[in-house]
Write a protein that binds this ligand. Structure first.
Ligand code: AHG
Ligand code: MN
Ligand code: MN
Length: 340
């Protein structure tokens, strides 16, 4: 009889990892499980998006002045409810909320962690049935008592305890790291369980994709323009010209580049010197994953994870991918004498 290979579920995997830390009490395990549960609920809603009256804008604007989509609101509420109910998290900062949401009840105040979240990333793609995601960051709190505060969240990425994303794509995956490798789990929709499908993810050595919104070309710094010319030159030995791929949803673009090999760029522009992406909700967690997958993430000159955040919704130029690719752009920026 043919033997079926043993499936490792997300829950088994994180419990096994936890047992490697003799003092761990299981809080991070429970937190990751809460995130996985909320992701399944959001996934169900996304899959039904074409069926019910949930497509389109809700009419209100988020703190960034962008129109919120109904699913953004749903995803935000779902993650907040799951994390509040779980009791391991004492505060959340969400891309969708201006201020930190501090949990002040007796139960959650004891939580040792805080979360920064982009509940729905790439939301402009919803109406077109294109992959979207959720990005999360987990920090140990720095305050000692009461509900979590902004101080707990304004920590540099090097302090991250864990980070990850969920991609709602042709299949739904959860990818996360606690600093010991990056592992990917695919949702088996028939049983509603995430199963280990991509153990120990690394950028492949052969990488030849570049992802950037080239429509902004005229506003790019000279160094980025030069780098794009370099990407488009003919040199088969270095896999050039590269292939251009851009979905417009960071999670999806990063996930593809991690699997197939490529760099993602969102530079500062003449119009938006700090770029578009948010340090806390987008750059830090993706940078953490990239580094643990053998890659690099930079704002053009500085390691993303070392930036001291000053505000919850701060933005940063972002270059992420295989180490050598990111270093190449940094070189072009340096030569052009530019800051980003
Ligand atoms: P969000 O949907 O959370 O606002 O994020 C959208 C972000 C990111 O996912 C993507 O990489 C970027 O915006 C795309 O921006 P452009 O449309 O300017 O290319
Ligand atoms: Mn986003
Ligand atoms: Mn978002």
């Amino acid at each position: 009889m043919m033997q079926r290979s043993k499936i490792t579920t997300l829950t088994e995997f994180i419990i096994r990892r936890q047992s490697e830390y003799p003092h761990a009490k299981g809080a991070l395990t429970r937190l990751l499980n809460d995130i996985a549960t909320a992701a399944k609920i959001v996934n169900r809603e996304i899959n039904a998006a074409g069926l019910v009256d949930i497509l389109g804008s809700i009419g209100s604007e988020n703190i960034q002045g962008e129109t919120q989509k109904k699913l953004d609101v749903f995803a935000n509420e779902t993650f907040i409810t799951a994390l509040k109910g779980g009791g391991e998290c004492c505060a959340i900062a969400s891309e969708e909320n201006e201020k930190v949401i501090s949990f002040r009840d007796d139960f959650s105040e004891l939580g040792k962690y805080v979360i920064a979240i982009d509940p729905l990333d790439g939301s402009s793609n919803i109406d077109a049935n294109v992959s979207i995601g959720t990005i999360f960051s987990i920090y140990r709190r720095v305050t000692e008592v009461g509900g979590g505060t902004e101080d707990d969240l304004l920590q540099p990425g090097i302090n991250l305890a864990a980070a990850g994303y969920v991609i709602y794509g042709s299949s739904t995956m959860l990818v996360y790291s606690t600093g010991k490798g990056v592992n990917g789990f695919t949702l088996d929709p028939s049983v509603g369980i995430f199963c280990l499908s991509h153990p120990d993810m690394h950028f492949p050595e052969k990488a030849n994709i570049y992802s950037i919104n080239e429509g902004n070309y005229i506003y790019f710094p000279e160094g980025v323009k030069q780098y794009l010319k370099y990407c488009q030159k003919d040199d088969p030995e270095s896999f050039r010209p590269y292939t251009s791929r851009y979905i417009g949803s960071l999670v999806s673009d990063f996930h593809r580049n991690l699997i197939k090999g490529g760099i993602f760029l969102y530079p500062g522009t003449a119009k938006k010197p700090e770029g578009k992406l948010r340090l806390l909700y987008e750059c830090n967690p993706i940078a953490f994953l990239a580094e643990h997958a053998g890659g690099k993430a930079s704002n053009g000159q500085k390691r993303i994870l070392e930036i001291e955040p000053k505000g919850l919704h701060q933005r940063s130029p972002f270059f992420v991918g295989p180490r050598w690719m990111v270093e190449k752009v940094e070189g072009f920026l340096r030569e052009a004498g530019e800051n980003n």
